[in-house]
Design a protein around this ligand. Sequence first.
Ligand code: HEM
Length: 489
Amino acid sequence: MLIVVLLLIAALVYYYGINRILGLPPGPPPLPLIGNMLSFRWDLDNVLLDWKSKYGRVFTAWLPFPMVVIGDHQLLQEHVVKNGDVYLAKRNPEQLMEMMSGGLYGLVFEDNNMVKEQRKFAMKTLHEVGFGSAALEDTVHHYGQEVVSRWRKSGGAEVDVTENIMKAIGNVVWNVTFGLDLEFDNEIVPKFRQLQQDTIPLLAGPLMMFIEMFPFLRKLDFLFGNHVKQLKGFMDESNEIVVNAIKTTEKNFNPDNQPRSYVESFLREMKKNEEAGKPAGNFHYEQMKSSASTIWGAGFDTTVSILRMCCLELVNNPQVQRKLQKEIDDIIGERRIRNDDQKQLPYTCAFLQEIYRLGHVLPINFLRQTTQDTTIEGFRLASGTTVLPQFSMVHSDPKEFERPDFFCPERHIDDEGSFIKDPRITPFSIGKRACLGETLARMEIFVLFATFVQTCHFTPAGKVPPPIDFIYGFTRSVNHFVVKIEPRN
Ligand code: HEM
């Protein structure tokens, strides 16, 4: 009896006092072992928003381990951006990485000691192979032309815009990653997207969250419908695609030529170290394979999702579509769209900023880990505390944006008709681990979207436009939809 009473008291102390005992910010009271997992929903971003309204701009959530959630623009800037080095490390999903890459390699979840070196190398390389260059913009424009020429011939049939957008983006990222040209209608891109679609729901969710906290659960996989086995199968298939692409790149590789891709640069670095008799360090095959997988994987469906959402908002907002068409007709006419045209197209920029505000592709951002003791809102966070910089909460905060759920490009236009760039909208995240592909993604999205509006008119396939609903998993994207497309001009 005494034991039961003591256990009850311990549970109550835990429930009401564990955050205070650990010096963490307040938050929803956690249960022993499972934390706040009873509140788990697939749209966890909305659950976090509810908690923010109850507990304030920084709070603790136990999912199932404790994480300090920062969901306020000013705090994110003051801490995660200004104190970038303190928030540099990731809390790595070691079990997942072991399944996916055999260890902490790659660019998202690499070993925290190698972050600076590998990130710097990737950023330098990606710029050398074309980020921000006219040549890459030409490639994107070329694929954009292919997409719209197919749509313009659809002759009133229902069109799933995903298919051709996926091929265009997939081909660009494949090229940047491996330096290989694919046919527009190759089999690799749709196969890889299908694998990503199959993997995404399995990657997220309560089971994987518990496995990270209690790795022995992996051994009980048979009790959970062989979830891990299935996940591992899809990952092996994805890895095989990457391994085969690296083999092809290696065959054609000449270290004396200027690298055309991330993999070629990496091969050159490996060769340089070898010839100089230097230790390989982090420039080894596993790191190359995993990083190539990261760039190819991270740069693909994210961009496709945003462009799909653009098309969906066009059919839902015909008056917005007309304004976009008028702006592009007046300023650009029929000449080719260039990335530089953004300066002259305020309404198009406002539309895209509104898409970036509402279309966040990660429901839950990647977790960071403080690299030293620090203080936030009077709470002292010990080195190694898990932090969630949940920038998308700023985008949906009614204190920041009036009627945040309402799609309204006009909110980004001033009285003179100029575009207002809003620093609170950070779709590529913030601080020293923000997205590595932002330059490429912004260029692809602008050039392709403006080309779509210039050449095509989008209407609902039925009497009413398709709803703007999201499917959740590890990522978040709009549900399947079809539209009708007529040629303009
Ligand atoms: C619309 C398109 C994209 C969006 C919305 C997006 C968004 C993001 C976000 C939110 C993160 C997490 C940052 C954090 O941990 O705080 C991220 C990380 C990353 N993204 Fe993107 N991304 C996009 C396209 C791309 C492209 C085109 C590439 C490469 C070709 C790319 C490569 C990466 C990499 C390598 C990381 C990991 C960075 C790190 O952990 O240091 N992304 N992205």
